[in-house]
Structure formats: structure tokens, C-alpha cells
Design a protein around this ligand. Structure first.
Ligand SMILES: [Zn+2]
Length: 90
């Protein structure tokens, strides 16, 4: 009996979590569409957005160069390969 109750409670929790994930997915989709529309209004093309994203990733302390993409970099030293990419993207 106890196991059955625990299982029922677990199922309820899972269902609640499933609904939350579903709501979050919808919210993300709405926000992405809104973000895209706002960027279009501002005249920011996809290219510029991609360049901004790369620059931000680099600024956050990660490599964007093909050899080490996504790896943490030493924030106190610039990576010449990353820098070259950023310059080329300008
Ligand atoms: Zn790099």
C-alpha cells in the first residue's frame, strides 16, 4: 500500500514537471520569436548577430577558434587564433 501511494505521488510530481517543461518550451519559443522580430526591427541581420555571439562567447572566457572551440581560455591572455577570427568577422 505504501509503495503504491509513493508511486502515485511520484507520478503526480512527474506530471507536474512535464507540464512545467512544456510551459517553459512554449515560453522559450515565444521569446525567441519576439527576439527575432525585435532584432529584425533594429536592422540587425543574422550575420551581425552571429558575430556578436562569437565576441560574447570569447569575452566570457571561451575559445571560438576551430582548434579549441568551446574550451575555457586563460582570460588574462588573448588567443591569437580567436582574435584573428574576430578581426576577420568585423
Ligand atoms: Zn582560441
Amino acid at each position: 500500500m505504501k509503495a503504491a501511494q509513493a508511486l502515485a505521488a511520484l507520478e503526480e510530481m512527474l506530471e507536474a514537471a512535464r507540464q512545467q517543461v512544456h510551459a517553459l518550451r512554449e515560453r522559450v519559443a515565444r521569446l525567441e520569436a519576439e527576439n527575432k522580430a525585435l532584432r529584425a526591427q533594429l536592422g540587425l541581420g543574422e550575420d551581425l548577430v552571429a558575430k556578436e555571439n562569437l565576441a560574447q562567447i570569447y569575452a566570457d572566457g571561451f575559445h571560438i577558434c576551430p582548434g579549441q572551440y568551446g574550451r575555457r581560455r586563460n582570460i588574462h591572455e588573448d588567443c591569437l587564433f580567436c582574435q584573428g577570427l574576430l578581426r576577420k568577422a568585423e
